[in-house]
Design a protein around this ligand. Sequence first.
Ligand SMILES: Nc1nc2c(ncn2[C@@H]2O[C@H](COP(=O)(O)OP(=O)(O)OP(=O)(O)O)[C@@H](O)[C@H]2O)c(=O)[nH]1
Ligand SMILES: [Mg+2]
Length: 300
Amino acid sequence: MGYAQLVIGPAGSGKSTYCSSLSQHCETIGRSINIVNLDPAAENFNYPVAMDIRELISLEDVMEELGLGPNGGLIYCMDITVFYQSEAVIISSMARPSFITLYEILYSLNYHMHLEENLDEWLTEELDNYLDDDYLVFDCPGQIELFSHVPVLKNFVEHLKRKNFNVCVVYLLDSQFITDVTKFISGCMASLSAMVQLELPHVNILSKMDLVRNKRDIENYLNPEPQTLLAELNQRMAPQFGKLNKSLIELVDQYSMVSFFPLDLRKESSIQYILSQIDMSIQYGEDADVKIKDFDPEDD
Ligand SMILES: Nc1nc2c(ncn2[C@@H]2O[C@H](COP(=O)(O)OP(=O)(O)OP(=O)(O)O)[C@@H](O)[C@H]2O)c(=O)[nH]1
Ligand SMILES: [Mg+2]
């Protein structure tokens, strides 16, 4: 059994920084961990990279070859299965006829077929380097489309599960974005969308706690009462949104999403606590305990 964290969240929410802090923390405590870069647009890292998707495809290549901008290019890089059937390529390309020519459609068709095969091969090959009990952390790109409406991460997760990995989602939200209730709810919705798409255990993290000046502003959002949130939302928005607000809060409450762990990277104890919560969600310690018991010398 292997273990994996899929680190996702909006652009700039601190995913790569979290990965490098985790890497340092594990080095300090002598625990083995492997960080994988899944961001074709990444330029440099502060962590040792165990696997790198840029060996397979880089954003620069795609932007240049297909004349796409950075965001379209990135979705293109990652989205290797939506285009699996030729019709899908043509339909989706027709939706943006302004910059896609027939030549490009045919070209991209080839490109995707090629990449689909390659990704599977690359993953299989790379994952074969990891043994039972290995712990992988995937640093994902920040484009929200990757987990909201293209199946690429979902397929990736299926692949990991077939390889016998226990996988969980670590969703990072920047503390700076949730100083008011409307931003908080939209952050929750993005997390919920990942939850629904990926169907995995989910750990929500509020990142960059060192930037929070007034701790009280944030504490209200770490574990808020649904009724308080609703009252705040209603206060902020025009009366015709009352019903919608109620449904939104109920939804957020039902999925027990209204719970974020604060992450302050200045504190080792904060990283340690978050890691222990994540470990629990993928049953990391539990299997290890069983093994230690198996080898208990007193049993001999
Ligand atoms: N003060 C503070 N800044 C942080 C923290 N984590 C990340 N940052 C800063 O936030 C910016 C974005 O951090 P990244 O780790 O690159 O964020 P990301 O989520 O990987 O970004 P993308 O990969 O582009 O989506 C950088 O300037 C970081 O230095 C933190 O805990 N505290
Ligand atoms: Mg990053």
